[in-house]
Design a binder for this molecule. Structure first.
Ligand code: FES
Length: 126
């Protein structure tokens, strides 16, 4: 069996939703101290629906594929649903990741959680 699924390779080669949202109202940045990879998520949320999501990932291929898949999984979804996104769901949607690459999908879950927390705290501050 190939180390990486077709889906991982596809999202690594053609990542969806790469970039920055200038008027994002939820931004999260996380990193993994061990491998040094960094992921930043931008959310544009209106009426508690994720209208747009973009990411910038300085990291390995699995981190790029995980960010890409994670953005696809939450785009157009309500905030409450996005909050439930797990790294396992991201890895499953990619048809699996090797065990030692599972932490890359954790980074995607954490980046989205962090961006959603930022959104919630901005909302409270309004
Ligand atoms: Fe660290 Fe992939 S090797 S995120």
């Amino acid at each position: 069996m190939a180390l990486y699924s077709e889906k991982v390779m596809d999202h690594f080669r053609n990542p969806r939703n790469v970039g920055v949202i200038e008027d994002a109202n939820g931004i999260g940045e996380v990193g993994n101290a061990k491998c040094g990879d960094i992921m930043k998520m931008y959310l544009k949320i209106e009426d508690d629906i994720i209208q747009d999501v973009k990411f910038e990932t300085f990291g390995c291929g699995s981190a790029i594929a995980s960010s890409s898949m994670a953005t696809e999984l939450i785009k157009g979804k309500p905030v409450a649903e996005a909050m439930k996104l797990t790294n396992k769901a991201v890895a499953e949607a990619l048809d699996g990741l090797p065990d030692y690459k599972m932490h890359c999908s954790v980074l995607a879950e954490e980046a989205i959680q962090s961006a959603l927390e930022d959104y919630e705290s901005r909302k409270k501050a309004e």
